[in-house]
Design a protein around this ligand. Structure first.
Ligand code: FRU
Length: 425
């Protein structure tokens, strides 16, 4: 069953969001895509656009792999001032070329589009950045107004660190500094993001988010807050925190612009996990995006915490669950008030999600008799009495607590239009 209000391609494998950019009223969502099948491979950039963040139109593949290289993750910018020479307002994609020859090498490349992202021409001078390394990927680029240049953050995946580069023209890049993984949980850094976020109540801090492929807490998405002066990122010294406690929120990046009235940008993540995604049952397509979420920071006893809020437009027509017993629609939203409760969702075929709030802890348990590799249990301490919100869809559940400071995203394989629901208080 296809997701009702989450983006999934009509067919084939989808993973990381790439090239998030807003241009001429369109939200562009590029993503890691295999045009040839439901397994990871032939990585290319799939493409979808939306004008309202609720309905997505799938477009032809934007950047295709070839005999020399796959098109790994990256970002896109609108080059308003024509710094790169592809034309004013050209859309420039910055991606990792994963060279298929021996020895394997990952290099940064660019491609430009002057027809609103429908077609791209690779820059003949590619690669624009080559350190001769096998693990060097996922460039995320934004315009930094204060230093009047482009800034790129990119992962040295095998080294658990990231590099920051600066450029005047998207083609020539100078190394500025590094972000160290010292003290960070997990290993193999992927999909870094550096972005300035508003702090509720006033001011801003910078967020550095990275995903760890193995051994990370939660989904692997971890972050630091700090400052960025156009050269280097200085952490606040509050330690690493977890951006999502589920198993299935990975590789999130942001539309750096536009922002809402509070200065919050949007981000979106892949609801997947490399540890088992390829073993999920084949359905004709494999993989979906999370809902787009507003992101900002809040100062709490734990320091600056990332707060996520599902963007209202994305779930506008969704039925609200008020009766929690018997068959409820698989696509629905619920708001659980109170301190002690338990909600169990079951499909009668040995699959269940059991969410419990007790003693200030949110416990999430996923069970699946047909796919035991999906079994997972998570305990997340809650810091407030705020209600817990659930967004249920075919294929996934997103849970937000503590006014967005706790996020927990899980895939599921429930069958049927409805799901059996029971609440215990
Ligand atoms: C993260 C990732 C990236 C890489 C891409 C390849 O999911 O491993 O590091 O660019 O996927 O598909």
């Amino acid at each position: 069953m296809r997701p009702r209000y989450h983006y999934a391609p009509a067919s084939n494998w989808l993973s990381d969001p790439n090239g998030l950019v807003h241009h001429d009223g369109e939200w562009h969502l590029f993503y890691q895509y295999n045009p040839q099948g439901e397994d990871w491979g032939h990585m290319s950039w799939g493409h979808a656009v939306s004008r309202d963040l609720a309905h997505w139109e799938e477009l032809p593949v934007a950047l295709r792999d070839d005999a020399r290289h796959m098109i790994f993750s990256g970002s896109a910018v609108i080059d308003v001032a024509n710094t790169a020479g592809f034309g004013a307002n050209a859309m420039v994609a910055l991606y990792t070329g994963a060279m298929t020859g021996e020895p394997p090498r990952q290099v940064q490349c660019i491609a430009a589009s002057t027809d609103a992202g429908r077609t791209f021409a690779a820059y003949p001078g590619n690669p624009v950045l080559d350190l001769g390394l096998a693990d060097f990927r996922d460039p995320n680029v934004f315009w930094h107004d204060a230093s009047q240049r482009w800034i790129m953050v990119v992962a040295l995946s095998a080294d658990n660190s990231a590099l920051i580069y600066g450029s005047a023209n998207l083609k020539d890049w100078d190394r500025l500094s590094a972000i160290s993984g010292a003290g960070a949980p997990g290993e193999v850094w992927e999909c870094p993001l550096l972005i300035e976020l508003p702090v509720a109540g006033g001011g801003t801090r910078w967020l550095f988010k990275v995903d760890v492929l193995q051994g990370g807490p939660g989904s692997g998405a971890i972050y630091l807050t700090g400052s960025f002066d156009g050269e280097s990122f200085q952490p606040d010294g509050e330690g690493w925190k977890v951006a999502d406690w589920g198993a299935d929120f990975y590789a999130a990046i942001a539309w750096h612009e536009p922002r809402d009235a509070q200065g919050r940008p949007l981000w979106i993540g892949w609801m997947g996990n490399h540890a088992y995604q390829g073993r999920l049952p084949a359905k004709g397509w494999r993989g979906a995006m999370s809902l787009p979420r507003r992101i900002g920071l809040r100062k709490t006893a734990a320091g600056h915490v990332l707060c996520q809020e599902v963007v209202a437009e994305a779930a506008a027509d969704l039925p609200e669950l008020r009766e929690y017993s018997g068959a409820v629609p698989i696509a629905s939203h619920a708001r659980m008030e109170g301190e002690d409760w338990r909600i169990v969702l079951e499909d009668g075929n040995g699959r269940a999600i059991d969410l419990m709030r007790q003693g200030g802890v949110l416990r999430a348990r996923r069970m699946d008799e047909s796919n035991p590799f999906l079994d997972a249990i998570r305990d997340v301490p809650l810091a407030s009495h705020a209600p817990v919100e659930l967004w249920l869809d075919a294929g996934s559940i997103e849970v937000m607590a503590d006014d967005g400071a706790v996020s927990l995203t899980l895939q599921h394989c429930f069958s049927g239009e409805t799901i059996d629901c029971r609440v215990e208080v």
